[in-house]
Design a binder for this molecule. Structure first.
Ligand code: FAD
Ligand code: FES
Length: 366
């Protein structure tokens, strides 16, 4: 081995060893004592034990920021402004922050460790987000990998949310998973149905929360939910609506359509394109067909991408089906929900037909 390579190996080993020692020392000996978290310039002052990340520190005080990935730093939804005391921006945060956000001290709360007094700003509506200890009322198998779950809220409690928003579902420790874990799920029920929350959950192989849901959860179990969160909801305009979803992405679209019916919004045409692979991946078809029959402003277009059997639905990728239905989308508005790949592909189709990006709203299930 050349002396240069030997030196690199030795330095890397020393640095690695030192980092591990520092982490061990911090774990066992660091005591940050009590620190103050000032929220919205004195609107709330929280006295907390230092040492945990900002997201969980706030949650321990019942102040809930949105979190898609449960604090793993992989969704970028736990943003808040840190006015003072947040330390330097970390490399784990930068991919999720725009230049504008960096300039205005926006940070990822799950990445910041609360070591000293800190001042933050959060949107006012987050201060009213609630934690619910729910009971599973009903579990329905919609397809081989999609379940619908109805969670009953505690007696006397209600939830106020905008159709399209999501809640965080907490799994309890199970098998090798030692900690409570949370993930985001769009609410599929209507806001009017405010004594319960319905979610539609697709199984992700080896996924922490969906494995818990599919392998361990049963009717009658108690489950923690926090919400509502999110900016995905129907905008108050007169524009015609195009909804596109795949798989469990149907959830917030169902809530939006049910809410339009409850609120008597009949002056806006709405078409729901629902993409699935084969017939066995379709669900809620009867319900949407019934809505179509009773409400002339609504049209339901299920499409199958890989099913050559005889069926009454559209054939092909959902993007192609949408494209073949419209020539000009300039004055319409779109609501998209599903995998990041599907949403990116839909956005391309919609903008190529003249829809401005400002009229496209989505939740990526990342
Ligand atoms: C706003 C929003 C709304 C959503 N709404 C819905 C909804 O209505 N319905 C729905 O079904 N989903 C929804 N999702 C997705 C949902 O939040 C979860 O991401 C999804 O259910 C997977 O969670 P999980 O814990 O089971 O999987 P995770 O444990 O998060 O794992 C996901 C995948 O990553 C892999 N993985 C895990 N850890 C690692 C690692 N360290 N390295 C490499 N790979 C890894 C797993 O094997 C798996 O394939 C939504 C997401 C967002 C952001
Ligand atoms: S909670 Fe997902 S990045 Fe912070």
């Amino acid at each position: 081995m050349s002396p240069i390579i030997t030196a690199i190996v030795v330095i890397s080993a020393l640095t690695g060893g030192l980092t591990i020692l520092l982490l061990i020392a911090e774990f066992f000996f660091a005591n940050y004592g009590e620190v103050t978290v000032d929220v919205n310039a004195g609107e709330k002052t929280l006295k907390v034990k230092g040492g945990a990340n900002l997201l969980s520190t706030l949650a321990s005080q019942k102040l809930f920021l949105p979190s898609g990935c449960g604090g793993r730093g992989s969704c970028g939804t736990c943003k808040c402004r840190v006015v003072d005391g947040g330390g330097p921006l970390l490399p784990t945060e930068t991919p999720y922050l725009s230049d504008e956000e960096r300039k205005t001290s926006v940070r990822l709360a799950c990445q910041i460790k609360v070591k000293n007094d800190i001042k933050i700003q959060v949107p006012e509506e987050l201060l009213s987000i609630k934690e619910f200890e729910t009971v599973i009322e009903k579990i329905t198998d919609f397809t081989h990998d999609i379940k619908g779950i109805r969670f009953k809220l505690p007696e006397g409690e209600t939830i106020k949310f905008k159709a399209g928003q999501f809640a965080n579902l907490f799994s309890k420790p199970y098998d090798e998973v030692r900690e409570e874990t949370s993930r985001a799920y769009s609410i599929s029920s209507a806001p009017k149905d405010n004594k319960a929350i319905e979610l539609i959950i697709r199984y992700v192989p080896n996924g922490m929360v969906t494995t818990y849901v599919f392998k361990h959860l049963k009717e009658g179990d108690k489950v923690k939910l926090i919400g509502p969160f999110g900016e995905f909801f129907l905008r108050d305009t007169d524009r015609e609506i195009v909804c596109i979803a795949g798989g469990s992405g149907l959830a917030p679209i169902r809530s939006i359509i049910l809410d339009m019916i409850d609120r008597g919004i009949s002056n806006r045409k709405a078409t729901f394109f629902f993409g699935a692979v084969t017939k066995k991946d379709l669900y809620y078809v009867e319900e949407f067909k019934e809505i179509e029959k009773n409400h002339p402003w609504f049209r339901f277009v299920p499409a199958l991408s890989r099913d050559d059997s005889d069926h009454p639905y559209s054939k092909g990728l959902i993007t192609d089906v949408v494209a073949s239905n419209y020539s000009d989308l300039k004055n319409m508005e779109a609501y998209l929900c599903g995998s990041p790949g599907m949403i990116d592909a839909c956005e391309k189709v919609l903008t190529s037909k003249g829809m401005p990006k400002t009229q496209i709203f989505y939740d990526k299930f990342s």
